[in-house]
Write a protein that binds this ligand. Structure first.
Ligand code: ADP
Ligand code: MG
Length: 488
């Protein structure tokens, strides 16, 4: 992945340059609530139009499953924000990603102009054409330009029409500045870390994240495990975990790792408990810190674990972090994440990177972003790198020095049409299956809590959490007294 052609190595002048970005920003009531991803895309956009390219921007926004999703999943507000951030430079918005208007606007483009097409995932309404990398859609988009730049790191672990598809059907391709930086920074930490190197894996997606351990321990000295991940390992050691988050089908693998890696895996030695999944006062089992009674659940690491983790980090020259150490959406259970973030920030001469949507959000909320060498913009993409997997969106890009992949008989743009019915006929059931599987994976935020027998919806939990958060704000200002479970 480190020898991909760079945007700086491609002559962009007067060429139609398609740039795939990740402009998937959070929005509320049609307003952008955080423009970080748009800001991160600016250097590549500027480079392209300042080089005299005709710049065609593509991005996804959320998921589009039915016609009605189009109303909220539109990039129109993002075109406006881009213009603002580019000091008034016009960004022409085309309210479709495929169609007559796209063709006309692109045909009329002059050098230095910027066009933003509508959300690529609108094409998922056409038999998931975008998400299954439909060849016709891929060729259609590729036919709009002569050069393709992938600068959407966040979707690089996916094989979609708007990244892999275009790259495979266009004469010349390269990576943008954001992807270049992400690959450089993450590879440096994951594959060639200065030693001692420590990885921290937390969060809730046990089955997704546990697989990173094998690859990480090829490169780093030790892996600290926290957050919901930890209790699957506690369970594997025969400890009682009460109602804590556990993925039972991962317990065997956890046992295997404990045996294989022994003291290179660092587990918490106590936990901050609660009887409910809410922002209550943390309870500590001070007499038996390694035991969680039946009606309790661990929502954060405890003070002894904080001390242990700090000790394990003290001499680190590289730290890689993915996944919060507790339910940091609840203020009372964000202490572990906060303390460890501060400890990492205070390390001298250490190279420190954080990835993962919730981890990065937690660090931003704590105001500790500047404490890290690199904060990744990719959740799934970062995780794929931690696992040691290639990213299809990057692999599909030309290598440096590689000649054009598509010969002169490149498709004639005028002849490439998307035929909705035809696509339907071409429906490959296996593809459908894969997509559904992925959907399920991405959509699920379900925490396999062993908590209640009633498997209440996670969104309810979130709401509950939000409510709890605001209702606990008053309490937060008051001093939190530590509750203790009576010794036995
Ligand atoms: P990231 O988005 O950084 O990759 P994950 O999505 O894997 O991280 O996990 C983040 C979630 O993990 C957060 O919503 C947090 O509440 C949850 N979490 C952390 N610790 C625990 C715990 N002990 N029990 C339940 N959930 C936890
Ligand atoms: Mg997450």
């Amino acid at each position: 992945m480190n020898n991909k052609k760079l945007i700086d190595q491609i002559d962009l002048k007067d060429k139609k340059v398609i740039i795939r970005l990740d402009l998937n920003v959070p929005m509320k009531d049609g307003k952008i609530t955080n423009n970080k991803r748009i800001v991160s895309a600016l250097p590549t956009i500027k480079k392209a139009y300042e080089s005299g390219a005709k710049v065609i921007l593509l991005s996804h926004l959320g998921r589009v499953k039915e016609e009605s999703d189009k109303a909220t999943k539109t990039l129109k507000p993002i075109a406006k924000e881009l213009t603002k951030l580019l000091d008034g430079k016009e960004v022409i918005f085309v309210p479709e990603a495929v169609g007559k208007e796209v063709k006309e606007v692109v045909k009329a483009m002059k050098s230095g102009e910027i066009v933003l097409l509508e959300n690529t995932r609108w094409e998922d309404l056409n038999n998931k054409a975008e998400s299954t990398n439909n060849p016709k859609l891929a060729k259609y988009w590729a036919s709009l330009g002569e050069v393709f730049i992938n600068d959407a790191f966040g979707t690089s672990h996916r094989s979609h029409a708007s990244n892999v598809g275009i790259a495979s059907n266009i004469a010349e391709s390269g990576i943008g500045y954001l992807v270049q930086k992400e690959i450089e920074m993450l590879s440096k930490a994951i594959n060639h870390p200065a030693k001692p190197a420590v990885a921290i894996i937390g969060g809730a997606k046990v089955s997704d994240k546990i697989k990173t351990i094998d690859n990480l321990l090829k490169h780093v000295d030790r892996v600290i495990i926290g957050g919901g991940m930890a209790f699957t390992f506690w369970k594997a050691q025969g400890l009682s975990v009460g109602k804590s988050l556990v993925e039972l089908d991962q317990v065997e693998l956890a046992k295997e790792y404990l045996k294989k890696y022994q003291d290179r895996l660092i587990l918490p030695i106590d936990a901050a408990l609660s009887v409910e999944f809410k922002n209550s006062k943390p309870i500590y089992n001070i007499y038996n810190p390694l035991e969680i009674p039946e009606n309790y659940m661990g929502l954060d690491i405890g003070p002894k674990s904080i001390q242990l983790f700090k000790k394990e980090l003290a001499d680190a020259k590289t730290v890689i972090w993915n996944g919060p150490l507790g339910v940091c959406e609840f203020k009372n259970y964000s202490v572990g994440t906060q303390e460890i973030a501060k400890a990492i920030g205070s390390l001298k001469d250490a190279y420190t990177v954080v990835g993962g949507g919730d981890s990065v959000a937690a660090i931003a909320t704590l105001g500790l972003e500047s404490e890290f060498s690199h904060i990744s913009t990719g959740g799934g993409a970062c995780l794929a790198m931690l696992e040691g997997n290639d990213l299809p969106g990057i692999s599909a890009i030309q290598n440096q020095g590689e000649k054009s992949r598509i010969a002169a008989e490149m498709l004639n743009p005028a002849e490439v049409k998307i035929d909705v019915d035809n696509n339907k006929k071409n429906d490959e059931s296996t593809k459908e299956l894969n997509v559904n599987k992925e959907d399920k994976k991405e959509d699920e935020q379900a925490k396999t809590q062993t908590i209640d027998s009633d498997k209440s919806d996670n969104s309810d939990k979130k709401e509950e959490k939000d409510k709890e958060d605001s209702s606990n704000k008053e309490n937060d200002s008051k001093e939190q007294k530590t509750e203790v479970i009576d010794g036995k």
